[in-house]
Design a protein around this ligand. Sequence first.
Ligand SMILES: *Cc1c(COP(=O)(O)O)cnc(C)c1O
Length: 383
Amino acid sequence: MSAAGATHDEAWFAARAVAGVQRLRAYDPGHDLVALRRRFGAHALVELGSNENPYGPSADARAAILDQLHALHRYPDPRGGDLKRALSARHGVAPERLLLGNGSHELLMLLAQVFAGPGSEVAFSRYGFAVFAIAAQASGAVPRVVEPLPRDAAMPLGHDLEAIARAITPATRLVYLANPNNPTGTWYPGDAFQVFMRRVPEDVLVVVDEAYAELADPAVWSSALPLVACHPNLVVTRTFSKGYGLAGLRVGYLAGAPGLVAVLERVRESFNVNGPALAACEAALGDEAHLRWVAERNAEQRSMLARALRERGLFVFPSQTNFLLVELGPETARIEAALLEQGVVLRPMGGYGLPGCSRITVGTAEENRRLLRTLDDVLGGRR
Ligand SMILES: *Cc1c(COP(=O)(O)O)cnc(C)c1O
């Protein structure tokens, strides 16, 4: 037994995995927060590493979950009909254009599994969302990583839509964009995207991940959702994890052509969104006041925090999200470790190829104050 256990290690199984998975590295979820909460106590820890909504969901969403406790022995509605109708009413997108997922992460994976695969290419920007590379590779496709806009551009390291369009080859099946993007926080304007869509061949699927849509300022950012009806090769993904504050429930959705949704339905796990989650998301959609309140608090705290960090001589990337990418320079790892010792958790960016930067979630006013105070302690006389 022990001999078999020793040989059947990760390398042994990797060699027997499907081609795309053999060289794949698992998604890096950041620090071990469970251990950190145990060490510092959940209330002493300032968690700014995962872009979670510090205000939590609508009270209506909590109530809706309690209301589902009597039905836990039943399978949930496999079609998520009520939630789809609510989403349809909210966005003006027909229910047959909508697919629900166990988080948008699941849907991003599903898209590559179904529409990419061995022999195909999947294009996305360097410093794009980490799941894009994993989804492409896991499907067996070849990732085409496109260089971003330069560091001194108005949108430093943001998506270069022209370069992405140029990177499309006859083998390209899928393009992933994130708008606004994680981890850069950058975004691109709606007119540039319309030009881009006209350049993309109709048999190439364009997936726009709009995880931060609810937190972006409509004066400068626009959604691709209204364009889904004009472009059958356009898919938009959204999530309840960020603006709606329901990351723990794992619900996302996509909007696309009815035919595309029908094909994805063939592979989707039959009860991928659980009953309490369906009910809570429907209730959350109904509480527009809470969402507006969260978006306003976030925008206010985001500009306050960006200003404070810039006053400390740090470069802060532009953001329409609930996080800021900040350049801490060659001392980044030391600074992050020192902050962690004080119970302030940031997200290291080494895995993204940005070792001189850190991604900081915009917290509550109190959390941001603690971050800045601790940062001043750590930076000491450097200022
Ligand atoms: C947080 C995030 C998501 C959300 O993933 P879920 O699986 O819906 O929680 C998707 N895309 C990006 C770019 C994100 O930052």
